[in-house]
Write a protein that binds this ligand. Structure first.
Ligand code: ZN
Length: 314
């Protein structure tokens, strides 16, 4: 499954592909979960319509997923999933609109945000273990005044950049060669950072950080202790201590935010953390596998925005 093959699909083929991904063992009722008593209904207006014999409700493969209530063709959904699951540095709604030939920016924005919602970080099954690298960074954007503006800032508006720009702190915890958690934090005080570490990391783990003061003393709470590297002395690895993996993640996130998106408000930043964490966690998978995983994760995650633009400005 790559973009070229997806783009050649008919609408029926695209729907059937989504059905196979979502229902590998045949259709499952989107309302009651029943799968034994499902009947196909011939409908010109709603191809791929099913009726559940148990709860008597009708559904298509879109119902109760991030595709819920969307009028975007299945083929474009598949292509958008593929693009976003593969784009290392992310892709802006504007780029997505151009690549897919979607009529309106609003529509492309909607599509991107729904796919991002599918990629949302799931609750951890078991805390992070082993060697866990922890680091924090600041991600910046346009001044709040222009946070909802679509496209580039004018020369006049650019004068305000840097003044009143709120950089937002993000904390990431990376299980070496394993899972990741990344989220916006209100500040980078010892209390905030340590609380997050305690919530997400198993007490048996070893914590790896740089020599930022806020992490001092955290070693007392973890059996593996606390190992630090001193970046200000140009040190990037001391014994097993290093924060190279978490820094690699931040480098991608920042390149994405600054390069692809230009502006991300504090309110939306967590969604971008989800998107980048999703790709990071599955970085060893093929693009096709990552695409399928994103689609599957969209199950049960219906999302409706009244107005994406209004939401961006809120
Ligand atoms: Zn049912």
């Amino acid at each position: 499954m790559n973009l070229a093959t997806l783009s050649a699909l008919t609408e029926t083929e695209a729907r059937e592909m989504l059905e196979r991904i979502r229902w590998p063992n045949g259709p499952v009722c989107a309302h009651c979960g029943c799968f034994e008593n499902i009947r196909t209904i011939k409908s010109e207006a709603r191809p791929g319509l099913y009726r559940c014999g148990d709860c008597k409700m009708q559904f298509t493969v879109r119902v109760n997923t991030v595709l819920h209530d969307s009028h975007i063709p299945y083929r474009l959904w598949l292509m958008a999933f593929s693009i976003m699951a593969s784009a290392k540095k992310g892709i802006s709604a504007l780029q997505l609109q151009r690549q897919l030939g979607i009529g309106s920016y609003k529509c492309a924005w909607h599509l991107a945000h729904r796919i991002r919602h599918a990629m949302k970080q799931e609750p951890l099954r078991g805390l992070l273990t082993g060697e866990v690298e922890v680091d924090e960074t600041y991600v910046g954007g346009k001044p709040r005044k222009f946070a909802g503006k679509v496209g580039k800032l004018t020369k006049e508006e650019k004068k305000h950049v840097g003044r009143g720009t709120k950089k937002v702190p993000v904390l990431a915890l990376v299980e070496r060669d394993g899972r990741i958690r990344a989220h916006v934090v209100p500040n980078v005080t010892a209390k905030t950072l340590k609380t997050s570490i305690r919530e997400l990391v198993d007490p048996s783990a070893a914590i790896m950080t740089d020599e930022f003061n806020a992490y001092k003393g955290i070693g007392n709470e973890f059996e593996g202790g606390h190992h630090t590297v001193n970046h200000s002395r140009g040190e990037y690895k001391r014994g097993k201590a290093s924060t190279n993996q978490v820094e690699a993640f931040f480098a991608l996130l920042k390149r994405g935010i600054n390069g692809s998106f230009h502006s991300v408000s504090r309110k939306h930043l967590n969604k971008y953390c989800d998107e980048f964490a999703f790709r990071w966690s599955l970085r060893k998978d093929s693009d096709a596998d990552r695409t399928v995983r994103a689609i599957v994760r969209g199950d049960g995650k219906r999302l409706t925005y009244k107005s994406p633009i209004a939401a961006a400005q809120a």
